[in-house]
Design a protein around this ligand. Sequence first.
Ligand SMILES: *Cc1c(COP(=O)(O)O)cnc(C)c1O
Length: 396
Amino acid sequence: MNNQELYLKDKAQYLPTFNRIPITFVKGQGSKLWDIEGKEYLDLLAGIAVTNVGHCHPKVVKAIQSQAAELMHISNFFVSPPQVALSELLVNISGLSRVFFANSGAEAVEGAIKVARRYAHSKGRGGKIISMENSFHGRTLATIATGQAKYQEGFGPMPTGFAQVPFNNLEAIQNQISDDVAAIIVEPIQGEGGIRPADAAYLKEVHALCQANDIVLIFDEIQSGIARTGHWFAKDHYGIQPDILTSAKGLGNGMPIGAFLCNEKIASAIKFGDHGTTFGGNPLATSAAIAALEVIVEEGLLKETREKSAWLIDQLKVLQVKYPQIKEIRGLGLMLGVVLDTPALPYMQALLQKGIIANATAENVLRLVPALTISYEELQKFIHTLDDVLHAMNSK
Ligand SMILES: *Cc1c(COP(=O)(O)O)cnc(C)c1O
């Protein structure tokens, strides 16, 4: 079987909801991927900010292999050592006090919305959830109700009790404040929305507004968390502690796992039976996540990510001076967006032709979310190739 044959076979069977690229990957190591025809690629997408410690990191592989042979699943009726250990790790790195495990990002957000509403109702408040325009919180019904209009089209009726306001606009939030509002959900850095960081002053004000009005502040750090920005969570750059924090993507380094964390105030509104899950946080998934978090510590990836980020931004700025197509470089850590003056898709395709995987998002943004373990040589290779692509597209 070759790339094209598998692509066509897949196309005939899979629900036509992805416009897949006709490449079939069969092997990964670090930031390298190999397709079924043996061609090597450099990966700056990392499964959409998922394989933060690289594809098939030996420590993660070993954790999965040995846990799979020991015990994979027991239900949440019982206690499991890896789940207890992961809870402890997450509580330590987040500064929050309670954790709940899910199987994906959207599910973590769903849980966060539920407990936020549960808390609000316990205080006699309404259940309205305020989210940001251009945000992304997942593809379930409640999470599309928080997100962009394009994901809602044709799926009505939408769940009620959701309102959207422009991002980075304090007045728009102030105008929404009432006893009806249970929570505000915000990505400290919008990911799918085009790598847009929240303004620091804005986020501080939102936090203060929530505290003053007993509104639950939810940070969706599914993409920006787990060392992605050079701190455990993007909130650490801002020095703001939300009431609830969601995590997924990089948490399991490819093993599907999500989580939300909350403070004791929120947790105190939750009682037996309020929420649940069959798979969430099972021994297999939590073992993978523990290994991924330990790799981040052992390999000093928080500091490395900040250093690589500074280096990469410098290199991108050199390209920006050379090529008028680059409008802006934004983001934190290794969650960077190169904003172009035209759609990013042709750039993404040109890079792919040259064996480099990046992502086009929000129309004109080239999104770079490589593994945090990516080497300087690999980053250099990317910069050289991007230089070539920008040059070719410039002279078109
Ligand atoms: C990817 C993402 C989600 C959804 O995660 P899934 O695992 O695809 O459900 C939610 N919020 C943010 C910020 C994301 O980047």
